[in-house]
Design a protein around this ligand. Structure first.
Ligand code: AMP
Length: 505
């Protein structure tokens, strides 16, 4: 029967005079966080937001963005973060689907979004800019704080998070207060967060990694957050004042590209966490060689929060996402949901208090993805090693079936990445008139290396069965990735998809 905010509130009260967030020279104590949450809650309530209503938010990362999230929770309303990259046509879909009562956007987007919002029945549009500008901020400064915290049932929705929706319509995962409370409680314990920690936060706030995993670990433990607007040159300096960093794999490759990164620079850090996309074993090894730190890789998704983690104490296995979290069950299953033997590939399915309630207004999709026994079908393919560590081999939808034979992209990517001169690769399937699908690869070459498509193909032919060897290799300056570091294979499939099916002549 707990509103997630009450858990934050307990920390804000017990750390009333401690700085809990530092952002661009601004210091915010526990007492000030509670006051800001109460002021933003008052403005949102006056804008018509009631418990159970949705609040859509598309703003650049800022301290005030955190206040809006806290104010929304406090009111018992449902927070709905929107990726800043979404264009008006996409916003129109989200507003039409979730019918939020209030929309918060950047001041410069007001003109474009106003008509879209009113067409979707949004009652109030408020603005919030990165420079602390916007009418929401002005109103909050004058507001009479809303001192209450609305009661919630465990099962009430706290957040609707739209999945990135690379296939079909984007779905709104319905995330409850209890989903978030249970996951944060587990992670704080597992990763031993305390109020002596200083968390470097350079992730976006519209995605679960930055919004939930990072913020909640700090708000549950009283750790201080160094809130940076994004990953940039400031990160290395901020690391010198931090004890924990949470990042996506590209944070680590970018840090490695900076010659200043060494043991001395990160001597205060006790833990580096990586997630949201696969961390290459090479990156793991290079990072360890440069800093002495073995990056802790964990795995999760919007619908399930965090699922598994390499251990804090104990062996972290590169290329794996570790062991299921306490209280979270994982099974590797066939298409009927029956567990496959150890070391065999199947779909990763998850059950526990972390699994969301389903998809907003999509009962059929909810039924298709959450089995009657409560297991959620992640759509990730993986295997369980004999020691219980989980290894992800790719998304089920990225599986390539060539001439009736399964090809797991990860296996081919590992073979390509091991070749001299290769920085990284992405393997994907395209339609082929004879084989149904064939294997293709996009490869990024290390600076200065002389690598050719023919040379790579010749070597791979000696190592891989013919049906697994890429039919074509495209050398590219970089792989298409989204802000969370995920390689966008759909973009590659779109770019090269008609290589063998293009009408000739
Ligand atoms: P999202 O819902 O945007 O957080 O995306 C979730 C997806 O990201 C998962 O289903 C996985 O495919 C992928 N993912 C998250 N963490 C990892 C990881 N450590 N290794 C590989 N893939 C990951």
């Amino acid at each position: 029967m707990t509103n997630l905010y009450r858990r934050f509130d307990a920390t804000f009260r017990s750390h009333a005079d401690k700085v809990l967030i530092e952002s661009g020279g601004r210091l915010v104590t526990g007492r000030q966080l509670d006051d800001a949450a109460a002021r933003y809650a008052a403005v949102l309530r006056d804008a018509g937001l009631k418990p159970g209503d949705r609040l859509a938010v598309q703003v650049e990362k800022s301290l005030e963005n955190v206040f809006v999230y806290l104010g929304c929770l406090r009111l018992g309303a449902i927070y709905m973060p929107l990726n800043t990259a979404y264009q008006p046509a996409e916003i129109s879909y989200f507003l039409g689907d979730a019918t939020p009562r209030v929309l918060v956007c950047a001041p410069e987007k007001r003109a474009v979004l106003e008509s879209i919002a009113s067409a979707a029945g949004v009652a109030t549009l408020l603005t919030l800019g990165v420079a602390g500008d916007g009418d929401l901020v002005e109103r909050a400064a004058r507001a009479q704080p809303f001192a209450d915290v609305c009661d919630c049932e465990d099962d009430d929705l706290a957040v609707i998070c739209y999945t990135s929706g690379t296939t079909g319509r984007s779905k709104g995962a319905m995330i409850t207060h209890n989903n978030l409370i249970s996951n944060a409680t587990t992670l704080v314990d597992l990763w031993a967060f305390t109020d002596h920690d200083v968390l470097l936060h350079a992730l976006p706030l519209y995605h679960i990694h930055g919004l939930f995993v990072a913020l909640h670990c700090a708000f549950f433990s009283g750790a201080k957050i160094l809130l940076l607007p994004k990953f940039d040159g400031q990160v290395l300096d901020a690391l010198a004042k931090s004890t924990v960093m949470m990042g996506v794999p590209t944070f680590y490759t970018r840090l490695l590209a900076d010659p200043r990164l060494d043991r001395e620079h990160v001597k205060s850090v006790r833990l580096f966490v990586s997630g949201s996309a696969p961390l290459l074993p090479d990156t793991f090894a290079e990072f360890e060689a440069r800093t002495g730190h073995r990056i802790l890789e964990r795995y999760g998704m919007t619908e399930t929060q965090m699922i598994s983690s390499n251990p804090l104490h104990g062996d972290r296995h590169p290329g794996t996402v570790g062991l299921p979290l306490p209280g979270v069950e994982v099974r590797i299953a066939d298409e009927h949901g029956l567990a496959v033997p150890i070391d065999e590939i199947g779909v990763i399915e998850v059950r526990g208090p972390n699994v969301c309630k389903g998809y907003w207004q999509m009962p059929a999709k909810t039924k298709a993805e959450i089995r009657p026994d409560g297991f959620f079908i992640t759509g990730d393919l993986g295997m369980m090693e004999p020691d219980g560590y989980i290894r992800i081999v790719g998304r089920a939808k990225d599986l390539i079936i060539s001439g009736g034979l399964n090809v797991y992209p990860k296996e081919i990517e590992e073979a390509i990445d091991a070749l001299p001169g290769v920085a990284e690769s992405a393997v994907f399937g395209v339609a082929h008139p004879d084989f149904g699908e064939v294997v293709m690869a996009a490869v990024v070459v290390k600076p200065g290396a002389s690598v050719t498509e023919a040379g790579l193909t010749a070597t791979l032919r000696e190592q891989l069965a013919a049906f697994k060897t890429p039919k074509k290799i495209f050398l590219m300056p970089e792989l298409p990735r989204n802000a969370m570091s995920k390689v966008q294979k759909a973009v590659l499939r779109q770019q090269f998809g008609d290589t063998y099916t293009r009408p000739r002549g």
